[in-house]
Design a binder for this molecule. Structure first.
Ligand code: FES
Length: 136
């Protein structure tokens, strides 16, 4: 299955990860805007190498995770800001592309080609001890 394929399955596309496999971490500080979620890299086969990506659903949020370097990962809401199609990462040119009307976004979520005019929602993400940590 292509890592850019998004199905109708309610949880995870591209790996065998289940809700039970996710570890929800408490917020680090009182008043923190979001909660941290740790996803074992071992459960995200396509993120093990640079250029890989995967779409998963965590805490009722759809996430696009992109392995952009040996030491980092990016996380986005993959819903296009134009008309809500689901975008996918293209490792060939390192752009996030919408299949519906051609919008393109860079790895900071910024629009580099319309018709979308607003950036993708990006979430803080990091690789720590073989886990992807995303702040939602
Ligand atoms: S919905 Fe993405 S470009 Fe139109």
């Amino acid at each position: 299955m292509s890592s850019s394929t998004f199905g109708r399955r309610p949880f995870l596309v591209g790996s065998g990860l289940s809700l039970g496999a996710l570890l929800t971490l408490p917020s680090l500080a009182a008043g923190a805007a979001g909660s941290k979620v740790a996803i074992p890299l071992a459960k995200l086969e396509t993120l093990k190498s640079v250029g890989g990506s995967i779409a998963i659903k965590v805490k009722d949020k759809l996430l696009l995770l992109v392995r952009d370097s040996a030491t980092s990962v990016r996380a986005f809401n993959p819903v296009c800001t134009h008309r809500q199609c689901v975008v996918a990462f293209n490792a060939g040119d390192k752009k996030i592309k919408c299949p519906c009307h051609g919008s393109q976004f860079d790895l900071d979520g910024r629009v580099i080609h319309g018709p979308a005019s607003r950036p993708l929602e990006a979430y803080p993400a990091e690789l720590v001890n073989e886990q992807v940590i995303v702040t939602l």
